[in-house]
Design a protein. Structure first.
Length: 158
């Protein structure tokens, strides 16, 4: 599948193994700026994936708003898209494969999500694939708990 043909909807149709391979074979890209439309990827490659993404996107999580000047972001949550749940943003090594990625680190900036670390890589122009890691005793150390996509307007990634 060519990078030009990829969008968030196509990611929902891919198997977990295909998504892992796509993440592993992609570079980090540049840290985005502004609003990225979010797509929650649960049960990828199944008939349920698109419906789940629609419901979860409408009710819980709309995406992320990146502010490169302050090296952070805020998630857009709730049915109203409230900007909350801050993360620090920087480049670092992925816990999946020890290669460069963009880290979205909640450990020092969020009481609500301090046990979460996201990693993103640009898998197609203006499209990032993300991994959500749960950290701590609740997860038995580090555990991948979810995947997501972020889609940016062409001008938002420089």
């Amino acid at each position: 599948m060519s990078a030009e043909a990829l969008d968030a909807t196509k990611l929902l149709t891919m198997s977990p193994t295909q998504l892992d391979h796509l993440f592993e074979s992609s570079g980090p890209g540049t840290i985005p700026q502004g609003q990225g439309k979010g797509t929650v990827i649960v049960v990828p490659g199944t008939e349920v994936a698109k419906s789940a993404a629609t419901v979860l996107g409408a009710v819980f999580w709309h995406g992320k708003f990146f502010r490169p000047s302050s090296h952070d972001l805020k998630n857009e949550v709730s049915p109203f898209g409230v900007r909350a749940i801050r993360a620090e943003v920087y480049t670092g090594e992925s816990w999946l494969d020890d290669r460069p990625c963009i880290v979205l680190d909640y450990s020092k900036s969020s009481f609500v999500a301090g046990w979460i670390r996201d990693e993103i890589r640009e898998v197609a122009p203006n499209l990032y694939l993300g991994l959500v890691w749960g950290v701590g005793r609740l997860f038995g150390g580090r555990k991948r708990v979810l995947k997501f996509a972020l889609t940016f307007p062409a001008a938002a990634v420089t």
